[in-house]
Design a protein around this ligand. Sequence first.
Ligand code: C5J
Length: 226
Amino acid sequence: MPSIPALPYSYDLPASPSQIALIIIDMQRDFMEPGGFGDALGNDVMRLQAIVPTLKRLLDTARAMNLLIVHTTESHQPDLSDCPVAKLKRGHAKLKIGDPGPMGRILVLGEPGNAIIPELAAKPNEVVLAKPGKGAFYHTPLEQILQEHDITHLLITGVTTEVCVQTTMREANDRGYECLLVEDCTESYFPEFKQATLEMVRAQGGIVGWTAPAESIIAALTDWND
Ligand code: C5J
């Protein structure tokens, strides 16, 4: 059975590529571009751009291998009925969730800022899930979709590492998935938080899962396919 060099030890691939899903968390303009939610919270959003070419290469590999691809966005209904008051009030941002901004209403489904960045836009056969929380399993059909496809292994990517990515990885780990966090396909507004998250998930013998760089994953998947 092929495996990927990873930390804290090699990540064994499943019997078939069809059991692997690529999960791409919240690569949406709200977090990636000036004028969105990330910017409203006072962050330097441009530092997230560095992962885009690498993530695109991994996405292309996953597409070539017909892996299940799941994109998520952090999104709320236009009436904000799915946004807890506590979330709405949090942070004293200059623009709150639902406020009009340069890319439309902040974190609202269907607004220009809520779209996935064009480089990583979903193809029609890929799953796109709008999630109202930080974790991708909360109030979404993700678990059911993974079960229907007999998925056992998740390659986890996206932004931001210590918020929606880490929350999703922990939720997935608790549900029994073998989770590999792709080191150079995830980013944070805070480099030290990204580093801490990578160390946290793979500590204690991989208590939440594994980490590996994209090139190791792409090489292993490509060899497997040959
Ligand atoms: C945040 C996310 N950071 N996608 N959302 O609020 O990580």
